[in-house]
Design a protein around this ligand. Structure first.
Ligand code: UD1
Ligand code: UDP
Length: 389
C-alpha cells in the first residue's frame, strides 16, 4: 500500500525547508511523493530547485508583479485546488507561513484532506508583525492534523493554544538539514574555488556586513530608514556591505535609489544558496529581517541584527533585547558600531544557541508521517471524515 503525499511550496525559504523532506520521501517505498510548486517566487525558487536536483510534478504560475495579498490568495486557491482535485492525495504537506502555506492548507481542508504543517507553532502574538505571516501560520495550524514543531518554544505555543500533544512532534528545523548539506558542498574544492572567485571583489582588510530585507510590514519609511542606516554605515573606512536584494519591487526600489553607486556597498541579485551561505560564514555580522537567516545564523554562530519590531525566533538569538533593532536609523547604526568595535559585545552577540536540532528534522518528519499512515489515527481520521460527510 502506498500513500500519496502532496507537498506544496512556492517561495525560496519553503523550497529550502521542504527539500530535505522530499529526499527522505524518496527513501520510503510506501510514500508516493508528488511535488507542486505554486511559482510564488519564480526565479528565486528555481535557483534552489536546480541546486538540489528536485523535480516538480506541478509548476503553477501565480506570480504577477506587485500583486496584492488578496489577488495572490485568490489565484493560488483556485490553482492549488485544481491540483488537489486531480492528485487526490492522502496528505498535503506545507511548510511555514507564506500565502502558499496558508492557501495550500485551506484548499486541502476544503477537500477534507489531512494537512501536515512543517515549522508549526512559531508566534509573535501580534497579527501585524510579521504581516501576514503570523496569521498565515496560525490559520494553517487550525486545519492541520500533524504539527511539526521546530523548537521547544514552538511546541509550547501549540500546547498553550490547545493542540493535542499527540498531534505535535518536536523535530528541529529542516533548514538545519539543508544548511548541513550546503556546508558539505561548500567544503569541496570545486565549490570552494568557485565561491572564492565569485567573491574576490571583497577586501579582506575590511569587515563585511551581509544584509537582506523583504518584510511587507517594513515597506515604505521603515525600509528607507534601513537603507539610510546602511548608507551611513558604509562611510566607515573599515566596513563593506553586501546586499543581495530580494526581487520584490518594494525592496528593489528603495535599495537602488538609496544605495546604488555608494562606496563600500555591493548590491547583488538574489544569490544561489551556496553563495549566500558562504557569505554568511565570512560575514562579520548580518543585518536582516529574514526568518530563515536568523535560524541559519544561530547554527553558524554569526551575530545578527534583526530589523523588525518583533521576532518569532527569539530562541535563536543570544540577546534578543539587543539583537531586535527595529527600523530606526539611530538604533541600527548604534548596534552596528558596537558590533564593529566592541570585542566583548561582539563575543556576547555571537554566543547564539541553535535550538533547531542538528540536521535530522526531515528524517523525523518522514518517520512520523509513515507512522501516521500506519497507526489507527489515520484510519480514525478518515472514518471521522467520512462520517461527517
Ligand atoms: C514572500 C512571503 C513571505 C516570505 C518571503 C520569503 C507571502 C505573502 N509572503 O514574500 O512570507 O517570507 O516570500 O522571501 O507569502 N518577485 C519576483 N521573482 C521572485 C520573487 C519575487 O519577481 O522570484 C517579485 C514579484 O514582483 C512579486 C513580489 O516580488 O509580486 C512579491 O513576492 P511575494 O511572494 O508576493 O512576496 P514576498 O515579499 O516575496
Ligand atoms: N537566501 C538565499 N539567497 C539570498 C538570500 C537568502 O539563498 O540571496 C536564503 C537564506 O539562506 C535563507 C532563505 O533564503 O535560507 C531565507 O529566505 P527569505 O529571507 O527570503 O525568507 P524568510 O526566511 O524570511 O521567510
Amino acid at each position: 500500500m502506498s500513500y500519496k503525499v502532496l507537498s506544496i511550496f512556492g517561495t525560496r525559504p519553503e523550497a529550502l525547508k521542504i527539500i530535505p523532506i522530499l529526499k527522505e520521501f524518496e527513501r520510503q517505498s510506501h510514500i508516493t511523493s508528488i511535488v507542486c510548486s505554486t511559482g510564488q517566487h519564480q526565479e528565486m525558487l528555481q535557483q534552489v530547485v536546480d541546486l538540489f536536483d528536485v523535480s516538480l510534478d506541478y509548476s503553477l504560475n501565480v506570480m504577477m508583479p506587485n500583486q496584492s495579498l488578496s489577488q495572490l490568495t485568490t489565484r493560488l486557491l483556485f490553482e492549488v485546488n485544481r491540483v488537489i482535485e486531480e492528485v487526490k492525495p492522502d496528505l498535503v504537506l506545507v511548510q511555514g507561513d507564506t500565502t502558499t502555506t496558508f492557501v495550500g492548507s485551506l484548499a486541502a481542508y476544503y477537500n477534507q484532506i489531512a494537512v501536515a504543517h512543517v515549522e508549526a507553532g512559531l508566534r509573535t502574538h501580534d497579527i501585524y508583525s510579521p504581516w501576514p505571516e503570523e496569521v498565515n501560520r496560525k490559520m494553517t495550524g487550525v486545519v492541520s492534523a500533524l504539527h511539526f514543531a521546530p523548537s521547544q518554544d514552538a511546541e509550547l505555543n501549540l500546547l498553550k493554544e490547545g493542540v493535542s500533544r499527540k498531534n505535535i512532534f518536536l523535530t528541529g528545523n529542516t533548514i538545519i538539514d539543508t544548511l548541513v548539506m550546503a556546508l558539505k558542498k561548500i567544503k569541496t574544492p570545486t565549490h570552494l574555488t568557485q565561491l572564492e572567485a565569485e567573491f574576490q571583489f571583497l577586501d579582506p582588510r575590511k569587515k563585511m556586513i551581509l544584509v537582506t530585507g523583504h518584510r511587507r510590514e517594513s515597506f515604505g519609511q521603515d525600509f528607507k530608514n534601513i537603507c539610510l542606516a546602511l548608507r551611513r554605515l558604509a562611510q566607515l573606512e573599515d566596513v563593506q556591505i553586501v546586499f543581495p536584494a530580494h526581487l520584490n519591487p518594494n525592496v528593489q526600489g528603495p535599495v537602488n535609489s538609496i544605495l546604488a553607486g555608494q562606496d563600500n556597498i555591493f548590491l547583488l541579485p538574489p544569490l544561489g544558496y551556496l553563495s549566500f551561505i558562504y557569505l554568511m560564514k565570512v560575514a562579520h555580522f548580518i543585518i536582516t529581517d529574514s526568518g530563515g537567516v536568523q535560524e541559519e545564523a544561530s547554527y553558524l554562530r554569526r551575530p545578527i541584527l534583526v530589523t523588525r519590531r518583533l521576532t518569532e525566533r527569539e530562541e535563536a538569538l543570544s540577546c534578543p533585547e539587543e539583537a531586535v533593532v527595529g527600523a530606526k536609523v539611530g538604533s541600527i547604526l548604534a548596534k552596528s558600531q558596537k558590533l564593529l568595535h566592541d570585542v566583548a559585545y561582539y563575543k556576547e552577540m555571537s554566543a547564539t544557541q541553535n535550538p533547531y536540532g542538528n540536521g535530522h528534522a526531515a528524517e523525523k518528519i518522514a518517520t512520523e508521517i509513515t507512522q501516521y499512515f500506519k497507526v489507527p489515527y489515520f484510519q480514525i481520521y478518515n472514518i471521522v471524515r467520512k462520517n461527517t460527510l
